[in-house]
Every structure is written in structure tokens, then in C-alpha cells.
Design a protein around this ligand. Sequence first.
Ligand SMILES: *[C@@H]1O[C@H](CO)[C@@H](O)[C@H](O)[C@H]1NC(C)=O
Ligand SMILES: *[C@@H]1O[C@H](CO)[C@@H](O)[C@H](O)[C@H]1NC(C)=O
Ligand SMILES: *[C@@H]1O[C@H](CO)[C@@H](O)[C@H](O)[C@H]1NC(C)=O
Length: 360
Amino acid sequence: MSNWLESKTRTSRKWRRTCCAAGLLVFVAIIAGIAIGFASRKNKVDGLAPPTYVDPEKPTTVPVITQFPPNPNLHKSFYGLDYNPAKTIMPWCGAGIQDVVNDINVISQLTNRVRLYGMDCGQADLTFQAINLLKLNATMKVVLTVWVDNNATTYQRQYDALFRVLDTYGTSMVQGISVGNEAIFRKDVTLADLGTRMATVRSEIKKRYNANIPIFTSEIGNNLNSALAGVSDELSGNLHPFFAGVEISTAAQWTFSQYKIKIEDNPTPSGLNGTISEVGWPSAPASSVNMPLAVPGVANLQTMVDTFICQANAVKMPYYWFEYKDEPWKNNPEYPIESNWGLFDKSGNLKIKIPDCPAP
Ligand SMILES: *[C@@H]1O[C@H](CO)[C@@H](O)[C@H](O)[C@H]1NC(C)=O
Ligand SMILES: *[C@@H]1O[C@H](CO)[C@@H](O)[C@H](O)[C@H]1NC(C)=O
Ligand SMILES: *[C@@H]1O[C@H](CO)[C@@H](O)[C@H](O)[C@H]1NC(C)=O
């Protein structure tokens, strides 16, 4: 959602190396564009119907379809997938159980692990309900995210939803809990504040359920350091070669080396291995080239998958592919790649060939 500043930082570093006056002007214009994009996209969600909140606590009166023919093009080759169900951003709620069952049916043919981005609009409830309805509760695991922004009301709502969900569905399907996603990067919160929130969630989980669920946050690579490791059960990094301006032919290699430098070299007190919480490549538009070697495209998405997935599986590297499906509500003329990171397009058409190498 917001790796723009990281790309800005890295752009800036690159420009300094090759700087010239004209280049600097272009750079300033790009930053201004990004800033305007930031400002105008705030609270803006395109392509969604008006709110029709579906209370996940109320049993649906419509029978849910749970039997699907398996898709022979899908293989369980992904360690995990990032998943943003459509219509789960306040106040544009509206996701229903059938939507999420349809998604989890597809996702479960690619991976046993799914990572969510928030608690609003019943998205965690719907995900657990879908897993139960599809009888996948013994195999599927979920990373929950308590979304952190700069609004205390939002946080309390997300925090309360977390415990309501855990009370309802238990902790056995919970792989981990991310307190925030790129919240330090957005300067919505300080590391100290986030550390306190993580500690509160950790002790509350222990007290209520006597469960050892890893508690962490998810951050851009540049924010993964020993200070963050010190207050986290594991480091969870959004490592994006695209935003770093890496050429596709070396993008997987870059990601592996970032995992070592940013995650493995910053051990946490728990001793748990860290995770890549986001890795992927945008498929469009080809004109949105990043600095200037990182080129969006379906062929490059295929290359990223082909050079990363089986290689990461072979060394048991934990990662969540960003992401399951295109998110048309992130459409932004200022930054058009945002809505094009899916393995599937917004209509559910698979963009690439899925490799066949079972994930650990
Ligand atoms: C999955 O659900 C079934 C039926 O509700 C239950 O019997 C079983 O214990 C559950 N398995 C796990 C691992 O939670
Ligand atoms: C925080 O969020 C709540 C509800 O989501 C909203 O009513 C309130 O205006 C927000 N506060 C600030 C300071 O933005
Ligand atoms: C952590 O990673 C190392 C090296 O890849 C691996 O040998 C070990 O089994 C992992 N530990 C856990 C708990 O997954």
C-alpha cells in the first residue's frame, strides 16, 4: 500500500550517484506526484458499492456453496499468500461469506497459510468461517493483523475485534499476529509505542488463552533492525525488489540477500526465524517503471515467481506472496501499479503459470 517513501529514499540514493540538475527536477516532480497521490488517496476507495455491512456473527440464510472442482493449474507451491478480501475497508464493508469461501477455496489450492491486513468488516471472522466450512481447519493457518494507524479509535476497534475473534474461533489456526503493517514507515506510530502495543497483545493472549502465538509487526526492509527485533517475537518484512528498483533478473537474489541482512542478522529474543511478509511483482502498467530498471509486467511477474518460489521452498524460507488477487479499490492514477500485484486479476483469471514444488 505504501512503499512509496521507501522507493523515494532509494530513488534519492540512486539520484545522488548520477545526479544532474535536470534529473533532480524530474525527481522533485516525481516526489510531488507521490505526495499528491498520498494526500488524494487518503480515505478514497474506488470501485466499491455503498456500505452493506454483513454481520459475520449472524448465520447466513443463503446456503453457502462449498464444493468446487479442483483447478488443475494450481499447486500448493506457496509458503503463504497475502489476502485482502474485497469490501473490508471501513466504512465500505460488504464482504459476504460466499465471497470469502470462493477466495479461500482458491487460496487453499496454492498454500496452507494466508495473511490478512486488518480486523474490520468481519474479515477475520469470514476467513475462519470459510476455512471451517471448507473443512480446512486442520491445515490452514492465518496471520491476523491488528491494523495500526494514527487513530486511537481505529486501534481500539481492531484490538477488540481481535479478542472477539480469538474467543470465537480459538487460537489453533492462528500462525501469528501482526500489530500494524508499515505503521512505523508511515510515521503513524513510534517504535516505542508499537513495542508497548505488541507487549500488551502478547501478555493478553498468554493470559486469556495460555497460547504462545508469535506477536510482531510487519515493516519495510529499512525499518528491520535490532531495536525492532528486541520488541518482536519475529521480524516480518515487506521486501520488495520492485520498490528498490531492482532489475527482474536479479530480483529473487536481491530478496534472498535482504532476508539475510535485514531479518536473519537481527535475531529476536524468542529465537524464532523471521518471515518475508510481502514479496511479489506488479504485472501492470508497463509504463510505471521504477528507477528505471524495475519494470511491471506479466512476464516479469512470471520470472519473479519462477526464480523465487521453488528456491525459497528448498531452503524453507518463510514468505507470503503479495498477493492473491488484484485490488481494484487501490486504483490510483498517480500510482497505477498499486492495484496490479495479484496472481489473479480482479475477475479471478490466473495471470501466470504456477510452479509445482510443494511448499514446506
Ligand atoms: C476442525 O473442525 C472439526 C469439526 O468442527 C473438529 O472436530 C476438529 O477438532 C478441528 N480440528 C482442528 C485442528 O482444529
Ligand atoms: C478516528 O476514527 C473515528 C472512527 O473511525 C473517526 O470518527 C474519528 O474522526 C477519527 N479521529 C481522527 C482524529 O481522525
Ligand atoms: C530456522 O531456519 C533455519 C535455517 O534455515 C532452519 O534450519 C531451522 O529449522 C528454522 N527454525 C525453525 C523453528 O523453523
